[in-house]
Design a protein around this ligand. Sequence first.
Ligand code: 76R
Length: 287
Amino acid sequence: MRHPNVPESLDSWWILHQMFAFDRLTWDQLPQTQRTELIREAQTALEALKTSDDTDVGLAQMVGHRADLMITHYSKNYDGLAHAQTVIDKLRLTEYLASSTSYVSILELGLYDATAKIHAALSEQNLKPNTQEWNQGFDDLLKEQEKIPHHAGRLWAKIPQRRYVCFYPMDKKRGEDVNWFMLSYEERSKLMLEHGKIGRTFHGLVTQVISGSIGYDNYEWGVDLYADDPLVFKKLIYEMRFDEASAKYGHFGEFYSGMQFSLDQLETYLDGHQIPALNVLQPALKA
Ligand code: 76R
């Protein structure tokens, strides 16, 4: 943000998480030929979303009563997200899927450090906030951030192909006494730096995708974690709880966890067999 108190973010994929309850017993009563037909129809539609450069789709079998199936959509634009929702709605398979909840957000890379540096650089040029020159200078320097390989690689990475996924929405507290948004920029920046340090001790073990949802859904951020071992979620989230940014300011929504599976394993999932391992269609992405 051009405003001196607001950290900027680089934003990329629009994200829609859809949670469904699966009516397995009714599905099981369908004749094999009809099941096969519905599976093929779903695979064709999902394949188109998966192979397009502008969209991606992920499937996961969830554990616990809040959801049986999670479909994660990525889209390069908001309209595409609406279209992805329509594609799912039109599947005859959805006669057996009851939507339980959903979450709308956009992938973001938070830039506390870079925003402060940009503001310092503009001030050194004797530019004043809220002027056209400041705003222009800000936008130019921000564009540079997108090109940094560390950012560019993560911005448009597709859905991480790791077996286990954990999703939850969260806020930073905005109470009368404890209010993240009333802290100074420096304080928030320092806390996020500490947060990042703890996070990085899990580097390689977990791939984290943070998305912003202010204006689109009930919490401020969506957190997706992907790992090869589900125990990593508890270890990481527990450790984070001791860190001030989470301990004092974190406020969490409902937690969802499950196992990702690939499109060609849809039949295995629907027919109720255990999915042996995630068929990785693209190389596993490191955090
Ligand atoms: O990209 C970076 O390395 C920069 C550091 C970083 C930022 C800016 C980072 C690193 N995160 C950032 C932003 Mn995170 N993160 C969470 C949660 O459960 C909880 O207590 C909180 C949920 C986890 C588990 C997690 C993990 N992060 C954010 C933001 C936006 C805040 C804002 O802008 O004000 C939120 C809400 C958030 C929440 N974080 C990391 C991790 C991990 C594992 C890392 C290190 C990634 C790596 O280097 O591999």
